[in-house]
Design a protein around this ligand. Structure first.
Ligand code: SAH
Length: 384
C-alpha cells in the first residue's frame, strides 16, 4: 500500500525477533546468513524473505492493517467497497446463468472484511452465492485466524497456501476477488546497463545489505523498449503464475475474478517500496519489519491470462469503476436516513476510494473471464 504519512506504529515493532532453535533470529539475521553462505540473492528472493518468511516474515507475524498498523486498504475504509464488489460479482454470477457448484474465492483476504461484506450483500440478493463454499488463499497463520473470526461460522471456509492448490481443490467456476494481493508477490528488478538488462541482486556492501549487480539477464516481453542506461524495470514471475492458474480454471469452468491493485497497464519501472506505519522507509531498513510491495503490471497479467485462453478485461481506474457501477447512488441511499455526521463520513469514504488524489487513479480494476464474454459493466469504453 502506498505510504500516506504518519509515525512508525507498534505493529511494525511487534515481532522484532522470534525464537528459532536457541538463538533469536530476525529476518535480517537470516538474510545475512544466506548471503554469507550462498552469495548474493536475487531481489525477488530478498522480497519474499522479508514479507513471506515462514517464521518472522512481515505478514506471518502481524495484523498490519488500519490506522494503528502500517497501511489501510479499501475494504477497511468503508463497507461500501465490499458491497459494490459483492454486487458486481453477483451480477456476473447471474450473467453466467447462476451455475451450480460455483465457488467463492479470495486471494490474500487480509482481515476477511471484504469477504464478510460481500457475503452480507449476497445473503439478501443471491442466496446461492451466499451458500457457496468459500476458498481463501492465505499464507499467514495470524491473518487466517482473524479471517475465521471475521467471516464467522456461517460459511464453509477452506484455506489454501497458494493458487494452484485452490484451483486443484475447486472443480466449479470461481467467483471472487484479489484486492492488494498481486502487489505483495515478490518482484524481480532489472537495470539497463551497457546494452543489456542486468538482474539486481541483494548482497553485502561494506557489511550492509544492499543492491549488487547480478550480471546480464535474459530479455522478457514485459521489459520496456528503448531503455536508457540506469533504467530500472520489474518483472513478477509469481504474479504471472498465479494468473495462469486462475485463467486456466476460468477458461475451462467459467466464473469471474476481480483483480484490484495499484499498478499500470505496462511495466511499472522502479516501483518496489517499503512502508512502515504509513511512511516510506528504505528497502533494506530492518528487513521483515516493513511492508514491501510493488506496482502491478496489468499488461503482463493480461498476457498470462491469454496464454490459457481467458480474457483479462481492463484495467480501468478504481475511481471510474466504482462510480460507473453505482457507488454514488449507493452512498445516497445509505445517507438518506443518516445523521449529518454519518453523511460526512460516507462522503469522506467515497472521496478516499475514488478521487484521483487518493486511491481513485493509482488503483486499477481488471476482470478475469473466459474468452468472448462481451464488455461487462464498469469497463464499457476501455479497450482491453
Ligand atoms: N485483501 C486484503 C489484504 C491485502 S494485504 C485487503 O484488501 O485488506 C495482502 C494479503 O495477501 C494478506 O492477507 C497477506 O497475508 C496475503 N499474502 C501476501 N503474500 C502472499 C502469498 N505469497 N501467498 C498468499 N497470501 C499472501
Amino acid at each position: 500500500m502506498p505510504a500516506d504519512g504518519g509515525g512508525r506504529g507498534l505493529s511494525a515493532l511487534a515481532a522484532e525477533t522470534v525464537m528459532t532453535g536457541e538463538a533469536p533470529q530476525t529476518v535480517e539475521d537470516e538474510i545475512r546468513r544466506r548471503i554469507e553462505t550462498g552469495g548474493p540473492m536475487p531481489f525477488e528472493a530478498y522480497m519474499a524473505a522479508c514479507i513471506g518468511a515462514a517464521e518472522a516474515g512481515y505478514y506471518q507475524t502481524r495484523d498490519p492493517f488500519g490506522e494503528a498498523g502500517d497501511f489501510v486498504t479499501a475494504p477497511e475504509i468503508s463497507g461500501m467497497f465490499g458491497e459494490m464488489c459483492g454486487l458486481y460479482l453477483a451480477h456476473m454470477y447471474e450473467l453466467s446463468g447462476k451455475p451450480t457448484h460455483a465457488v467463492v474465492a479470495e486471494l490474500g483476504p487480509g482481515r476477511g472484511t471484504l469477504m464478510r461484506d460481500m457475503r452480507h450483500t449476497w445473503s439478501a440478493l443471491v442466496p446461492e452465492l451466499a451458500a457457496a463454499p468459500v476458498h481463501l488463499v492465505e499464507t499467514s497463520p495470524v491473518l487466517r485466524t482473524i479471517q475465521k473470526d471475521t467471516i464467522g461460522e456461517s460459511a464453509p471456509v477452506t484455506w489454501h497456501a497458494n493458487t494452484n492448490e485452490l484451483t486443484a481443490a475447486t472443480p466449479g467456476p470461481l467467483f471472487g476477488i484479489a484486492n492488494e494481493f498481486f502487489d505483495a508477490l515478490p518482484a524481480a528488478q532489472l537495470v539497463w546497463q551497457d546494452g543489456s538488462w542486468h538482474r539486481r541482486m541483494v548482497g553485502l556492501v561494506d557489511d550492509r545489505i544492499g543492491f549488487v549487480d547480478g550480471g546480464a539477464a535474459i530479455d522478457d516481453p514485459g521489459l520496456p523498449n528503448a531503455p536508457q542506461d540506469g533504467m530500472v524495470a520489474e518483472l513478477c514471475p509469481e504474479a504471472d503464475l498465479v494468473m495462469v492458474a486462475l485463467a486456466r480454471s476460468v477458461a475451462a469452468r467459467g466464473g469471474a475474478m476481480l483483480v484490484i491493485d495499484y499498478g499500470r497497464n505496462g511495466n511499472p519501472g522502479d516501483s518496489v517500496q517499503a512502508v512502515a506505519a504509513h511512511r516510506p522507509v528504505d528497502l533494506f531498513h530492518q528487513p521483515g519489519q516493513a511492508d514491501l510491495s510493488h506496482w502491478v503490471d496489468f499488461a503482463a497479467l493480461r498476457r498470462a491470462a491469454e496464454t490459457q485462453g481467458a480474457r483479462l478485461i481492463g484495467p480501468v481506474t478504481q475511481g471510474r469503476f466504482l462510480m460507473r457501477i453505482g457507488l454514488a447512488m449507493r452512498a445516497e441511499q445509505a445517507g438518506a436516513h443518516a445523521s449529518p455526521e454519518e453523511r460526512r463520513a460516507l462522503l469522506a469514504a467515497i472521496d478516499r476510494l475514488t478521487s484521483p488524489a487518493q486511491m481513485g487513479e493509482v488503483f486499477k480494476v481488471a476482470l478475469l473471464v473466459s474468452a468472448g464474454s462481451g464488455q461487462p459493466p464498469g469497463f464499457e469504453t476501455e479497450s482491453s
